[in-house]
Design a protein around this ligand. Structure first.
Ligand code: PLP
Length: 462
């Protein structure tokens, strides 16, 4: 058995039970994992449907150009369909989107234009406006407009809804999905509620979007609009595809909760998914807690896309830290390393340029140390360690009576009390046996490799 082309593999995605993230006493939570689609997202479903409906209506002709404003996933679905069906594609997207998404679209032969995020939707520079303008300018072009094209909702009514109904054998009690264009939630909800009007549908919105307040008041409140980083859900417009008549409850998720849940889904469930999936699962868990869902409830949560598109963002600790979602890793400074020394804060031991090698050996033995800074009239002028002494004495035993300045090595590098452990580690890795720390008090301290090991392994500081 085979498929005639890649488009025939769209849909029939699996339902996967949530295990570690779900409350044992709570409902059965099943995730509908849409990254099993060939374009790795739920949007393959609507892309194919919009194009096939346009073909039926004569809105697109062979060799035509598909133009769309897309955050990437719809573009990917449209690009796949365009490859198989022989159309050209031009996409407009915002500078908020992951570059991975843009590269993926270009890999499928699409042209991608990146537009500014923080402009009004009707601003001529917005990605909505640019897509619209291009579709008016380019002959034989088709602008699917996933926001207002009802083929979007219809695709979910015809595929996602029936799949969930069949896969749960009609046992689904709740359906939870993020709301972007609204097509997923509206189409799926419409089908499920026709099958069983008691099924509750919960929309997950992003903090900074107008949906939550609109769902409560029916009024568009511009003051709700604020920037956020979760891609794909929440809007600053009310698209034609969202119909709150099918949505019983709306829950808003912030970026931090969305992203931490996203990472937990990957690490604890093996579900390597995108940020709006984290928001949807967070929403489902919150809803289940607030509404005290129990053993008889079956909650289906739709996970729209794959984690591959977010590796440089949500799955990147540096990006997460820069955006305030992770605490910076603890990084001790020189002063912390000194305080943690097993010997405590002691006066710095050093030898003078004029001391004999024999004096130095005695001092090292007495204090059980293997290196010493050497001090001259103008500060530290050199350093000496036991292996250097040994190699000289083997060659010339009488050297023990000469002054240490004759055989000393270069001085240890000097750092301040605020120098980071990273910086100190680099210096010690460059062949320096120790660093001298110039303390604020004007005194000096020394840090060796064993001090670093001590600070990293002592229970007090780790
Ligand atoms: C990653 C992601 N999640 C969720 C959604 C929301 O789905 P819908 O547009 O059907 O409401 C989208 C839509 O663009 C999306 O790209």
């Amino acid at each position: 058995m085979w498929h005639n082309n890649i488009l025939e593999t769209i849909g029939n995605t699996p339902l996967v039970k949530l295990n570690r993230l779900a409350d044992e006493a709570g409902p059965l939570i099943l995730t509908k994992v849409e990254y099993f689609n060939p374009g790795q997202s739920v949007k393959d479903r609507i892309a194919l449907k919009m194009i096939e409906d346009a073909e039926k209506q004569g809105l697109i002709k062979p060799g035509g150009t598909i133009i769309e404003g897309t955050s990437g996933n719809t573009g990917m679905g449209l690009a796949l369909a365009a490859v198989v069906k022989g159309y050209k594609c031009i996409f407009t997207t915002t500078d908020k989107q992951s570059m991975e998404k843009v590269y993926l679209l270009r890999a499928l032969g699409a042209e991608v234009k990146i537009c500014p995020t923080n402009v009004e939707p009707d601003d001529p520079r917005s990605y909505y406006s640019v897509a619209k303008r291009l579709s008016e300018e380019i002959p034989n072009s088709y602008y699917p407009n996933q926001y207002d094209n009802l083929s979007n909702t219809q695709a979910h009514y015809e595929t996602t809804g029936p799949e969930i109904w069949e896969q749960t054998e009609g046992k689904v009690t709740h359906f939870v999905a993020g709301m972007g264009t609204g097509g997923t939630i509206t189409g799926t909800a419409k089908y499920l509620k026709e099958k069983n009007p008691n099924i509750k549908v919960v929309g997950v919105d992003s903090v900074g979007s107008v949906y939550l307040s609109y769902s409560k008041t029916g009024k568009f409140d511009k003051s709700q609009i604020a920037p956020y980083l979760t891609e794909g859900i929440g809007e600053d417009i009310i698209p034609g595809n969202i119909d709150f008549k099918y949505i019983d409850d709306v829950i808003q998720c912030n970026d931090a909760d969305a992203f931490h849940t996203t990472r937990a889904l990957a690490k604890r469930e093996g579900l390597f998914i995108g940020g709006s999936c984290g928001a949807a699962v967070w929403g489902a868990i919150e809803y289940a807690k607030i509404n005290k869902l129990g053993k008889n409830d079956v909650v289906v949560v739709l996970l729209p896309d794959s984690g591959t598109r977010y590796v440089s963002k949500i799955y990147n600790d540096e990006w997460m830290t820069q955006n305030g979602f992770l605490e910076p890793a603890w990084s001790p400074e020189a002063t912390d390393i000194i305080k943690a020394k097993s010997t405590g804060m002691q006066q710095l031991l050093f030898t003078s340029e004029n001391d004999s090698v024999d004096d130095v050996i005695k001092m090292m033995n007495e204090h059980n140390i293997s290196q010493l800074p050497v001090k001259g009239a103008d500060g530290f002028t050199g350093s000496i360690n036991d292996s250097r002494i040994l190699s000289h004495l083997i060659k010339e035993p009488t050297l023990k009576d000469v002054s240490v300045s004759k055989i000393m090595d270069k001085p240890f590098p000097e750092v301040t009390s605020q120098t980071s452990m990273d910086e100190i580690t680099k210096l010690l890795n460059r062949g320096n046996a120790a660093v001298i720390v110039n303390m604020e008090s004007g005194k000096h301290q020394i840090i060796t490799r064993s001090d670093l090991i001590h600070v990293l392994t002592s229970s007090e500081t780790s």
